[in-house]
Design a protein around this ligand. Structure first.
Ligand SMILES: [Zn+2]
Length: 483
């Protein structure tokens, strides 16, 4: 039985999909005005692992991850998504390009990055700017039903009309207001400070907005009824169009609980009259050196920086596999080194298995084989505990199972882990290093740390005799086959 932690109830619950055997799954995607840092990549890998787990457990998954390419204002950084400049406009000015060109550029980089991390492509990747008619339709319905009102500056959702507005974030409205950061209410005609914008008009602070559309409201505005959608309504409209009124799983970062997801629920449910999602899943953040990632501190690493330092993107994927999505994970280069070593080992152990076919299989071992499969499924069924599932793979590989069975298990488990274990030859040709050599590299490292350099040099000699060269780099030792 699959159990999923649901933020709505703050409990692990038995998972029941709306339609038997099918899962409709939405993840809030990136705002494409900048290269995504590895913290965002962790969120993408977490969703990929959940999606692959569901598939492994027998579900057919429709997975939608959007691109936000309009309406996500910079004020969201300070907890107030209704203030500040549109991120896309900022990106456009920074690079002297059109917002659409900025979106194209950063979508391309994002898609290359997620491919390198072996993330399965989404079923749909809608761009908000392609769903403006659907967004307008939803806003019109909200206005028509009395959930929203129009001022000369924007169309707002009236949170006092929402049924149980704060049921996801478990806050009271005063806390919401505090959480809104600056508390800078720019529109004196807003009824309540916590009402949020569904549509901004091209006027006032947004008079120079670069991406605007004709809208049915805003008569008499100097800009001629032009405007652009708020960030929250975009997700609601794309979900409704592509997945339906109620979906099984909605996922995003924990920072979206207080405002973005709370507002998605309010809008969607006001229009549809049914729950937006049955299970709300939130991933925790990636830290760097135990601190929040920050561009200003030079720790907002992009995947390209990881690759430039000589790592394989799958080393980073392996690193992400080691923590549960609901836990914070601390990134350090040393931790990535350890992940690289472990992945190299896994690759070489599995690579060695393929050359070792034809062992006899006895009854006891068949039972054990099934045991490992059950343990693997149990780990995934416990709120997608992938790090535990990875531990099951290691146990199986260390067991006395027949080589062919181990290989079968590794290949089967890799459907979830996504480490390309079937591609035994590493891209750079340095990964298929025998276990014995890796052990010696470790031993040499330990000896050097203890200051036993002479003994360490002896071990280096042993490594060379086995046909491998070890080199010390800033990121730790690197090994390659002698050429
Ligand atoms: Zn969203």
């Amino acid at each position: 039985m699959l159990k999923v932690y649901n933020t709505l109830t703050r409990q692990k619950e038995e998972f029941k999909s709306i339609e038997e055997g099918k899962v409709r799954f939405y993840q809030c995607g990136p705002t494409v005005y900048w290269t995504q840092h590895i913290g965002n990549m962790r969120a993408m890998v977490c969703a990929d692992l959940i999606r692959r787990s569901l598939k492994y457990l027998g579900y057919d998954v429709s997975f939608v991850r959007n691109y936000t390419d309009v309406g996500h204002l910079l004020g969201d950084n300070a907890g107030d998504a209704d203030t500040g400049e549109d991120r896309m406009d900022k990106g456009a000015k920074r690079e002297g390009l059109e917002p659409r060109e900025i979106a194209n550029k950063y979508i391309k980089i994002f898609e290359e990055d997620i491919k390198a991390l072996n993330i399965i492509p989404a079923t749909h990747t809608p761009r908000a700017t392609h769903y403006v008619p659907q967004i307008i339709e939803m806003v019109q319905e909200l206005v028509g039903k009395g959930f929203a009102y129009v001022t000369p500056k924007a169309v707002y959702f009236d949170v006092s009309k929402a049924k149980d507005y704060n049921r996801l974030n478990k806050q009271n409205l005063e806390e919401n207001r505090e959480g809104a950061g600056s508390g800078d209410v720019q529109d004196s005609e807003k009824k309540n400070p916590h009402d949020f914008a569904l549509w901004f008009f091209k006027t006032g602070v947004h008079k120079d907005a670069l991406q605007t559309w004709d809208s049915p409201w805003g008569e008499g505005l100097p800009a001629g009824r032009q405007g652009f959608p708020g960030w929250h309504i975009e997700c609601s409209a794309m979900i409704k169009t592509l997945l339906g009124d109620t979906i099984d799983i909605h996922m995003g970062g924990i920072e979206h609980i207080p405002i973005h997801h709370t507002n998605e629920i309010a809008q969607s449910e006001a229009v549809n009259g049914v729950p937006l999602a049955n299970y709300w899943i939130h991933n925790e953040h990636l830290l760097v050196n135990d601190k929040k990632m920050a561009k200003s501190e030079g720790t907002g690493y992009a995947l390209s920086e990881v690759i430039e330092k000589g790592y394989d993107p799958l080393d980073l994927r392996y690193f992400f596999l080691q923590a549960h999505y609901k836990s914070k994970q601390n990134f350090t280069w040393e931790a990535l080194d350890a992940a690289r070593t472990a992945r190299g080992r896994l690759q070489s152990v599995v690579g060695g298995l393929s050359q070792n076919k034809g062992d006899n299989v006895d009854e006891q071992k068949i039972e054990k084989y099934e045991d490992y499969r059950v343990q693997f499924e149990e780990a995934l069924s416990d709120d997608f505990n992938v790090s535990q599932a990875l531990a099951v793979l290691w146990e199986a590989l260390k067991s006395n199972l027949a080589s062919q069975d181990k290989l079968d298990l590794a290949t089967n488990f890799d459907e979830v882990l996504g480490l390309s274990l079937d591609q035994r030859q590493d891209i750079q040709g340095v990964r298929d290093i025998p276990e014995g050599v890796l052990e010696l590299v470790d031993k040499r490292g330990r000896l050097r740390k203890e200051g036993k350099f002479e003994e360490a040099d002896g071990v280096r000699g042993e490594i060379e005799e086995m046909g491998y060269l070890v080199k010390d780099t800033a990121e730790g030792p690197s090994v390659k086959r002698k050429t």
